[in-house]
Design a protein around this ligand. Structure first.
Ligand code: AP5
Length: 226
């Protein structure tokens, strides 16, 4: 893949909350133009705007559970129709969602390039999430411990306030991690035989994780899934 072009970049980012999926999706979107499709960001925008979808999703998000599959599959269907090159950040999260994605991509004739699994330990994930600060206008994230803004609580780029997500309290984070183990971790086995699955060590620095993803894509598996 040439730096600066999206090429055939159609990625699924798998991994537990706090592993750095959104951070890396933003980096690759800026560098290669592949669209970051973050189901969490789309849901949060709906909650903030009080849409029917947001009202339906909020209680699941607040408790650290998953929004029902039919809602999520309908949402992703309309998003995928807009882009040829994309990074799916937060979808699929269940086997039913992965099966629906396979069917949808086959219909669109858009095979996946790779599925990136972000590996990290629980203590690091909890520290990252409870220290996360987000620019609600752009989705850019910081971390008070690992990646602080120049001025606490202020975005480096637009100078506006940063906020903490309501589901980043320790209790909800614990519930989200349990949901990942139960509902989403089985997707590692789901994709294992596709030839698309690549593991990255998400404990490395942000720059090193980006380098590892790009290196994996250069030698990416030959199989495709669509
Ligand atoms: P969503 O918004 O997708 O949350 P998540 O998967 O829990 O992921 P996060 O955004 O918390 O973590 P991340 O891996 O993106 O980490 P980040 O890059 O920010 O979903 C929220 C909710 O919506 C779900 O709980 C569910 O209810 C619902 N939902 C969404 N999709 C759904 C679906 N498909 N089906 C059903 N329900 C769905 O990084 C975290 C922190 O670490 C940041 O502070 C960052 O600066 C820092 N950091 C990142 N990388 C590094 C690094 N390498 N070193 C040091 N610090 C780092």
């Amino acid at each position: 893949m040439n730096a600066g072009t999206a090429g055939e970049m159609r990625l699924v980012f798998l991994g537990p909350p706090g592993a750095g999926k959104g951070t890396q999706a933003k980096v690759l979107e800026e560098r290669f133009g592949a669209r970051q499709i973050s189901t969490g960001d789309i849901l949060r925008a709906n909650v903030a705007n009080g849409t029917p979808l947001g009202l339906k999703a909020q209680s699941f998000m607040d408790s650290g559970g998953l929004v029902p599959d039919d809602v999520m599959i309908g949402m992703i269907e309309s998003e995928l129709a807009k882009y040829d090159s994309f990074i799916l950040d937060g979808f699929p999260r269940t086997v039913a969602q992965a099966q629906a994605l396979d069917a949808l991509l086959a219909k669109l004739k858009l095979p996946l390039t790779a599925v990136i699994q972000f590996d990290a330990d629980r203590e690091t994930l909890i520290a990252r999430l409870t220290g996360r600060w987000t620019n609600p206008r752009t989705g850019r994230t910081y971390n008070s411990l690992f990646n602080p803004p120049l001025v606490a609580g202020i975005d480096d780029d637009d100078g506006g306030p940063l906020v903490q997500r309501e589901d980043d309290t320790r209790d909800v984070v614990t519930a989200r991690l349990a949901t990942f183990d139960e509902k989403t971790a089985p997707l590692i086995a789901y994709y294992a035989n596709s030839g698309l699955l690549v593991h990255v060590n998400a404990l490395k620095s942000i720059d090193d994780v980006t380098s590892d993803i790009l290196a994996a894509l250069q030698t990416r598996p030959k199989a495709s899934r669509a």
